[in-house]
Ligand binder design. Sequence first.
Ligand code: EPZ
Length: 419
Amino acid sequence: MESSKLLIEGGRRLTGEIQIHGAKNSVLPILAATLLCGDVSSIHNSASLSNAFAAMRILRSLGCDVTHEGSTVTVNSANAEGDIVSDGLMHEMRSSIVFLGAILGRVGRCRLSFPGGCELGPRPIDLHLEALRRLGVKITEDHGILDCTAGARPQSADITLSLPSVGATENIMLYSALGTGETVIRNAAREPEISDLAGYLIKCGAEISGQGTSTLVINGVPELHGCEYSVMPDRIEAATYMGAAAITNGELMLRGVRPSDMYSCMSVFSEMGCGVYPYDDKIFISARKPISAVRTVRTMPYPGFPTDCQPIVMAVLAKSRGTSVIVENIFENRFMAAPELRRMDANIKAEGKVAVVEGVKKLYSAPVRAYDLRAGAALVVAALGAEGQTQVSNIHYIDRGYESIETALSSVGADIRRI
Ligand code: EPZ
């Protein structure tokens, strides 16, 4: 609900263990991909997130039968003939654009409204549309409505992305998996979520290679069948709870993670002075010492430091010893947490893509509000390390990407409740 808030009494050291959920940024494209097999797929380890529920609503609106039991979503897309994503659903979740490639691949036509910009910036989709046109798709843009029709596919297409866009890579994969022809994507995104989507599609019978590298090759196949698939762990959720341990000088064991996805995150927490110990599917983080500043944190496409962790790390560095410089290279406007952190006495100067964080000894509670998903999570992390009771509002943003954040945090000693 729009009005719900989190009340957080800061200053308590977090200790214990948290089970990490399946990745939001993987389950969304995988749910879109279930359209392509015209069969039944069971997607396990699917977190209960408002964004996942929105994706299920889109699938139902397209004629799929979708059930959700615990962390398993079962999709039967046998009768999916729909080719429209409603304006409401597009505005509810702009990443619904990832349905474009799947709907086109399945029914050959798709109409949806241009995804709105969001708090992070205009969020253009020019790379998506350029690539689909290279694959023979006719696209008209009229009064904010995209009307797309699949045309004759080229026998082979060699697409170079001007930047390694996650969404564009996913849309090309989704459109090329079912059909004919070989599609090569150069400068493809290398995020683990891309490899997870490839894993699901390959299990459905797709022919994909190079996932995780900058050059992806997809050979279209005439048919895909359903399968059971388990979504990869959410590396951003894991990094968020590492931030909570760091700012409270606590110790947390994070279970059900994949440390090999998180080297750049782990190294930043180590630079802060945390003890970070990865095991096969766990990470133990200990922050007994006061946090030190990190000279420079710059966000980069994977395997660089992920932009989604940047607001969380900003919150932790706000209460550290020394000065850190954060460079946000991915999104135009991703320092939304800074003004809210300043209300808690943080000393942050953000200008363009650079933010200078002068660590302070103490943060103080203040009424703050989330303006986007990860900035909201950053405020929760800051509140855990602040003196007094902080009220975070607009937490529906946080519910998009974290399954009941207050349950996870209170299970390791935080005084946090939803009102
Ligand atoms: C995905 O967004 C994630 N969302 C984002 O996570 C994540 O921050 C981002 O990848 C980068 O890792 C989902 O997976 C649902 P991009 P996406 O296309 O696909 C520009 C979160 O908090 N660009 O890699 O939209 C774009 O403006 C969310 O979980 C173009 O210019 O990211 C941005 O500056 C936030 N033209 C940059 O590329 C295009 O056609 C990266 O965007 C496409 C993108």
